[in-house]
Design a protein around this ligand. Sequence first.
Ligand code: BGC
Length: 870
Amino acid sequence: MLKAIKLRCEYQENPLGIGETLPRLGWILDTEDSDVIQTSYRLQVSLHDDFRAVLWDTGAVESAQSVLVEYAGPALESCTRYHWRVRITDNHGQESPWSAAAYFETAILDPSIWRASFISPEGEEPDSSRGMRLRTECTLDGDITWARIYATALGMYELTLNGRRVGDWLFTPGWTAYGKRLQYQAYDVTGMLRRGANAVGATLGCGWYKGDLVGWLGRRNLYGTRTALFFQMVIRFADGREQVVASDSRWRASEGPILYAEIYHGETYDAREELPGWDSPGFDDTAWQPARVLRHDKSILTAQDGPAVRRQEIIPPVSLFTTPGGERVLDFGQNLAGWVRFTVRGKAGEKVILKHAEILDAAGNFYTANLRSAKARIEYVLKGGGPETFEPHFTYQGFRYVMIEDYPGMPLMESFAAVVLHSEMEHTGDFACSEPLLNALHHNILWSLKGNFVDIPTDCPQRDERLGWTGDAQVFIRTACFHMGTASFFTKWLRDLAADQLPDGSVPYVVPDVLSGAPAADTMMRQPYSSSGWADAAVICPWTIYQCYGDRRILERQYGSMKAWVEYVRARAQDGVLWSSGFHLGDWVALDAKEGSYTGATPHDLIATAYYSHSTALLAESAAALGLQSDAEGYRRLHAEIVRAFQREFFTPSGRLAARTQTAHILVLAFDLVPDTHRGRTVETLLALLREAGGHLTTGFLGTPYFCRALSDNGRLEDAYALLLQKDFPSWLYQVTQSATTIWEHWDGLKPDGTMWSANMNSFNHYAYGAVGDWLYRCVAGLDTDPEAPGFKRMLMRPRPGGGLSWAKAEYTTPYGPAALEWHREAAGLRVTVSVPHNATAVVILPDGARTLVGSGRRSFSCGIEQRRE
Ligand code: BGC
């Protein structure tokens, strides 16, 4: 029987905080048939869950669209739940019943509804990292049928109602370009309130708003010097009345048990200062201070549109041991981002002190030098009298090892657990093959994603940095989209990218931008904008989300930002085509860098012009996808001119590329900058460069992601496999053989002789080099979206066996449902099994060149093992 299931609105199940933009609805087709395509849908939206009165009925719409269908009914009201359901027909003549009802709920659509003020504890010093508390009470005199909180903060906040935590989101309100956009969250608290007296408690921490950021520049108070709460609770009663409780000067404020909380440095918590009952009704707060109302722009408030950070996994330690230096250390077996939860017994005033590290040094001792100034230290002071369990609030750490510096009595392993934190995203991709080291690499890539998708895409989770470096995000985004559902995550971050982009179109290195205005002492910060390969995130990221999820709105929204970036370059490029000026980070941390330099040997004008051409090509495609024909044509022309200029400038007439580096050759192949006549020579030179390096890569952030693809797309599949499967230093698998559990920032983070790259910049959890994950899915397994039908509406299934692997498989949850592709070598040849979700199709391309268009269902194919020569 045909059914519409898994109803989603804006990528979420029954979301509560739909903001200003019209929600989009989607579902998945469920039926026993194969080759199923939806032929029509009918949507109904109602204020009632029994649909007795229908607000919007689309009638039967002949369409195969089942994802991201935009609501187009009557104007939506604030703070209202809309129920919706769908029924569909398919190409087999089946008609589904109405789906189970789902809902979405709007938040504050009309700003005049806000009654709340930003309130701050009196006397908070700019240098203070103390957790502050605010409280109020209210009396509710009726039967409560519906209650919501809409809240945000300058800083981070946690809320309690009648002593119970509201929701389980962490680090709210999340990090945005705070001066321009401040997210608020929506919570359903109907079941937490009662008739009579109720109490609201809020705890504030510095967070990204006022806490220490950009450790190497020692910045803090970047957005403001005082934390503040902004809170509005709307309560509806059975008799139709509505009551609003909002933050105002009548709230009371006090310091709390969090003596100190900083993202980089950790937390100090004195449980003796807890004040039991402070967030319950009847607490005597006369000793507390009145809250101070802060003037703050409310027009920047926006409903949260990315996923919140939550606890995702709990990992027990695998061992507790003593290092040669005598430190007691827990090993969690996995490098991760999060914190440690522990339970302890002892007397009031006794302490637990923990420190965090990613690795041990060559002697096996606890190693924290690579955290730079980040203290990553937790101190808990016991209140005594029973088992006490603690988790931090406004900090997190990147770690695998935890040193127990102080603890009452003998610590036991069972008393500790690592809590893995990251933004809530659906796990969508799995990859496996016959080579265990590659599976371990895949694992490491996934864990670097988990460790760095903490509200924004960060470079690393451990040292005093953890910033939204645009270059890292753009090289990794395609891989990220395989592993997890990242559309909303990037939607939010890209809004901040656009918000922090300058009027001239230049794009900051990090988003949110916290580098601008930094003291000139740091030479790199002379111009904290517009490095090629970094700023191009403005174009590459929205384009990738569009490709992977079919999300056209992200292109619509970002189009202005994308175009502004390309125009910024055009205005500075020589003759509008060759970009040879400005500051560029280059092929970051490549091994062909000069001694003491972070930037690789590939000339910056070559990289800058190559990226300029790439972004211009993607901008032209985006314009075409949005139906902006004249832009599409204009940027196609510009792209052709850049390519011609590039070839004139960087290729000799006989086809020698000006820069003899791996990255230069990779980029020209990946971005299609090679004249056809010189393609063969370019590929041969790349292979020669690879041989000269003993079969090893010397590439940095910009060359590495495309290395395997540049080879496999140019008839050199086996060479690509050989590179991927290289185990000696430097290589992807070298890290794996060194027991890495995440991706390292440097190929030589840990050298074969046991020494390390300078502690100054040596993260062991940096996803950039994990960008090869994309090749595992798209080439080794062979699953990809067809650019002609983005969002996996039509997919490409093109297994490319090689490297002596006997089998490989990928499973991926597309917007239409799960797809899978698996291949096995057999005596007779290759057996390929594919699974295609309903309402999607796949073009299966076998190594012998046979091509078949298949519909939904599971099928197997056999073919000879010989690759067809390209
Ligand atoms: C970050 C990188 C980043 C780079 C660029 C580093 O400190 O960790 O990942 O892209 O700076 O300058």
